[in-house]
Design a protein around this ligand. Structure first.
Ligand code: NI
Length: 178
């Protein structure tokens, strides 16, 4: 069990395609899941992907009941998702504000699919297969992007919509809110 340092933009490990998990019960996989949990809890984030803590495995953790970082966000089920696959439903996309623990202090408007189906494995090896829309769909797309080496600024279409959280959202006074 460990809170691990979160890699920041510029680290080449954030630009790699993550390795598929072949054995969910391996000590490496179990440790990765625990470290994702411990680290996300410590920073009160909406989601975290294994490459962000320097682990080259296709595992993401996301979800929250209520979160200071995104005060208007509806709850998203807390989920460990292994070897995820996303399929857009339709072609509609919407711009919305995103931040990232690997891009601290900044927010940007990012286009994401409004509706997706995502599937993968749970930490017990059960199949997770869900439809999601809105902020839930956004979070999953953001986290899964980390598994293919994409950070949110690389998805932006208008870089005038990138700025400092403290300027854009001064009301977010939580010192951990980035
Ligand atoms: Ni991120």
């Amino acid at each position: 069990m460990a809170v691990r340092p979160i890699l920041r933009m510029g680290d080449p490990r954030l630009l790699k395609v993550a390795a598929r998990v072949e054995d969910i019960q391996s000590p490496e996989c179990r440790a990765a899941i625990q470290d994702l949990r411990d680290t996300l809890a410590a920073v009160k984030g909406a989601g975290l992907a294994a490459p962000q803590i320097g682990i080259d495995l296709a595992i993401v953790l996301f979800g929250f009941e209520k979160i200071a970082r995104y005060p208007d966000a509806p709850p998203v089920p807390v989920t460990i998702l292994i070897n995820p696959v996303i399929e857009p439903i339709g072609t509609d996309q919407t711009e919305g504000w995103e931040g990232c623990l690997s891009v601290p202090g900044l927010r940007g408007q990012v286009p994401r699919y409004d509706r997706i189906r995502y599937h993968g494995l749970s930490e017990t090896g059960d199949i997770i297969d869900r439809l999601a829309e809105g902020f839930h769909a956004r979070v999953v797309q953001h986290e899964c992007d980390h598994l293919i080496g994409r950070l949110f600024p690389t998805r932006m279409t208008d870089l005038t919509q990138l700025g400092y959280t403290s300027v854009l959202f001064p009301e977010l006074t939580d010192p951990t809110a980035e």
